[in-house]
Design a protein around this ligand. Structure first.
Ligand SMILES: [Zn+2]
Ligand SMILES: [Zn+2]
Length: 275
């Protein structure tokens, strides 16, 4: 009897240990993650990342599901739900707020092929695979429709073209909320085409605000305190210069006021994939 009890307690303590280990890792462990992604789970259920273990720039990403180095790529997983208020969140959502910007023509109704839709933001399941060591590719592939990169708050970047591959016009800007984004009327995928006002207002106009699929970072409208214009940049909306994150200089993109798009005629480097 005593012997059996002893066995039972060994089994029980083993179970407790196993359960405790499982709980600690829950939601923060990815079987494919490399040892770059040392992570901890916070009391609110979110994951934090060991900034020192991620390459420079990627330590700024938050509000995402996961981020880690896998071979020569960075993997960034996001539900693409902005961490700021939007009139496109369903009424009753904690981050729903009416439009309070300056555009008197603002409407949440987005015209799609002549039909007015009133989309809500919908959680997505998006994985970006981006090269860690970004390098110029002289073919400068054009950016396509859909996600071309991801902001540091997990919101996807789109190019300057709408679903019909036409340059965005006033009609589209009338659907841009107070933080410069809106959801796609087809699947509720929230995105920024232009400077994400939420990120630059929080972090400064010369802050790193995201990365494109080719692994080159995107900055706000200023470079080291100087407001950029298109004439300061190449056809891809980028240039090689020192930044606060890369004092030795690095190629990076800017959004500018005279053409506010995240990107220009295409990618400077070789784009990774988005799924
Ligand atoms: Zn759009
Ligand atoms: Zn710059």
């Amino acid at each position: 009897m005593k012997f059996k009890l002893f066995n039972y307690s060994i089994l029980l303590s083993g179970l407790v240990l196993f359960t405790a280990t499982s709980c600690k890792k829950e939601g923060c462990t990815d079987a494919n993650a490399s040892n770059y992604s040392e992570k901890a789970k916070e009391d609110d259920g979110s994951c934090t990342y060991d900034a020192g273990s991620l390459p420079t720039g990627y330590d700024k990403f938050y509000n995402i599901t996961d981020i880690y180095v896998d071979g020569g790529n960075i993997i960034i997983k996001t539900t693409d739900e902005p961490d700021h208020v939007s009139p496109f969140y369903p009424t009753g959502h904690a981050l729903y707020a009416p439009y309070d910007g300056t555009n008197t023509n603002f409407s949440t109704e987005i015209s799609l092929m002549g039909q007015a839709e009133d989309p809500d933001i919908q959680a997505q399941n998006i994985t970006f695979t981006v090269p860690v060591n970004a390098a110029e590719n002289s073919s400068h592939e054009a950016t396509g429709g859909g996600p071309i990169g991801v902001a540091i708050n997990g919101v996807v970047f789109y190019s300057q073209y709408n679903g019909a591959q036409q340059l965005l016009d006033d009609l589209e800007f009338d659907n841009t909320d107070q933080y410069s984004g809106h959801p796609s009327p087809t699947n509720g995928q929230y995105h920024y085409h232009i400077e994400p006002a939420w990120l630059t207002s929080q972090n400064g106009d010369d802050a790193l605000i995201g990365v494109l699929l080719d692994g080159f970072f995107v900055y706000g409208p200023k470079c080291n305190g100087v407001t950029m214009t298109n004439s300061d940049l190449d056809a891809y909306h980028g240039h090689n210069s020192a930044t606060s994150d890369f004092p030795d200089g690095v190629y990076h993109y800017h959004c500018t006021d005279d053409a506010p798009w995240i990107n220009g005629d295409g990618y400077w480097g070789t784009p990774g994939t988005v799924n």
